[in-house]
Design a protein around this ligand. Structure first.
Ligand code: PLP
Length: 404
């Protein structure tokens, strides 16, 4: 049985106060708070098992390797990969996308070719493609969205062609909460053999992700959005795809044999993991996924929906609030403007009531341009948030309104 009080007890940071008020943490889309399971797994790793992985014959090194590789297996099963060889650990979603841009797409792209992305992408799923475009003479095309923040599938239809060499799409928008119809887009793209890269940074904590069912070519994620540590994430792709791709960074770990004349590459997944990895981060990532599995992704999502519905209802009572992103079935994120008040001022004022929200462009400047705003305020929810916290947040908004 999901009990939000029990869940909250797992997150020590939720117990603290800010400016003398109980913390209301509505910034989970930026980074989630960490449960004890993750804090303790990382702590235990450093206290007992700390050693470098893969090359050691001594006990600690073998333990560290088992823990790190165990986390890879946990992630593989969490997203229903066929094997852990399909899971490459990276620093996060951003690095996973850059890996695909440089190892997969760079050599396949030339003048006249196209890369497609949607208007609601995070900069992480725009800038690496722009850099490739500028280096190769290809072009970057944009799939339009509607005023409610949904993908225009009719427009996508006409943008698809043999010229498109990759389509990049966010699964759940960090700025709008929109959940994109990824499987449908993959089916449409498949008619032209276009590989789809899915930016899953925001999806893992909210949806049951099955990479085989989605039909995408690449899936990218970050541990810290799913209650795990920062500085670790992953790229998933099919083994055949990864086998065909050259390494993108050289160094230790990714080699099989090195001479000054020639180097041969290690097997998957190590071929793409040059240098000492973020071992403790990996261990924490595995612990986070096991924690989410214990809670149940569907239970976490139901709690977020429960809070989202109430927050939307309460915020709509305030005349100054304009909610940006109203797609049906969206995830627990509310972007909004507040009359003429600059979002930074609003965020600073409500911080004094203990409420943490994010303000700014949320790394989605083209999306802000689409909605004609420079920035928004954003409240985003995790499995630990409650309706009572929404009341504190709305009271803080009303007090802020009285100040202007
Ligand atoms: N994509 C989306 C939708 C995000 O929300 C984020 C992080 O905010 C990223 C990509 C980048 O993730 P990271 O900074 O962990 O690499």
């Amino acid at each position: 049985m999901f009990d939000v009080d029990n869940i909250r007890a797992e997150f020590p940071a939720l117990d603290r106060t800010v400016h003398g008020k109980p913390l209301v943490y509505f910034d989970t889309a930026a980074t989630a708070q960490r449960p004890l399971a993750v804090i303790e797994a990382t702590d235990r790793f450093y206290r007992r098992h700390n050693a470098n992985v893969h090359r050691g014959v001594h006990t600690l090194s073998q333990e560290a390797t088992d823990l790190y590789e165990g986390a890879r297996r946990t992630l593989a099963s969490f997203i229903n990969a066929r094997s852990e060889r399909e899971v490459i650990f990276t620093r996060g979603t951003t690095e996973a996308i850059n890996l695909v841009a440089n190892s997969y797409l760079r050599s396949r792209l030339g003048p006249g070719d196209e890369i497609l992305v949607s208007h609601m992408e995070h900069h992480a799923n725009i800038v690496p493609w722009q850099m490739l475009r500028d280096a190769t003479g290809a072009s970057l095309k944009v799939i339009p969205i509607t005023e409610s923040g949904e993908l225009r599938l009719d427009e996508l239809e006409s943008l698809l062609s043999e010229r498109v060499k990759l389509l990049g799409l966010v699964h759940v928008s960090n700025a709008l909460g929109t959940v994109n119809p990824v499987a449908e887009v993959c089916r449409m793209a498949a008619r032209f053999d276009i590989p789809v890269l899915v930016d899953g940074a925001q999806a893992l904590p909210h949806l049951a992700v099955d990479v085989q069912k989605l039909g995408c070519a690449f899936y990218c994620c970050s541990a810290h959005k799913v209650y795990g540590p920062t500085g670790i994430g992953a790229l998933w792709a099919r083994e055949e795809t990864l086998e065909d791709m050259p390494p993108w960074q050289g160094g230790g770990e990714m080699i099989s044999k090195v001479t000054f004349e020639k180097t041969t590459w290690n097997e998957l997944p190590n071929k793409f993991e040059a240098g000492t990895p973020n071992i403790a981060g990996g261990v924490g990532f595995g612990a986070a996924l096991e924690f989410v599995e214990r809670v149940g992704v569907e239970n976490a999502a139901a709690q977020e929906q429960h809070v989202l519905e109430y927050a939307t209802e309460r915020m709509n009572e305030i005349d100054e609030v304009r909610i940006i992103g109203t797609a049906p079935g969206k995830a627990g994120t509310i972007s909004f403007t507040f009359g003429d008040v600059h979002p930074h001022d609003l965020g600073t004022i409500i911080d004094h009531y203990g409420v943490a929200i994010r303000t700014g462009h949320h790394c989605t400047m083209p999306l802000m341009q689409f909605f004609g705003v420079a920035a928004t305020a954003r409240a985003s929810f995790g499995m630990y948030n409650t309706r009572e916290e929404v009341d504190v947040f709305v009271d803080a908004l009303l007090k802020a309104r009285d100040m202007f």
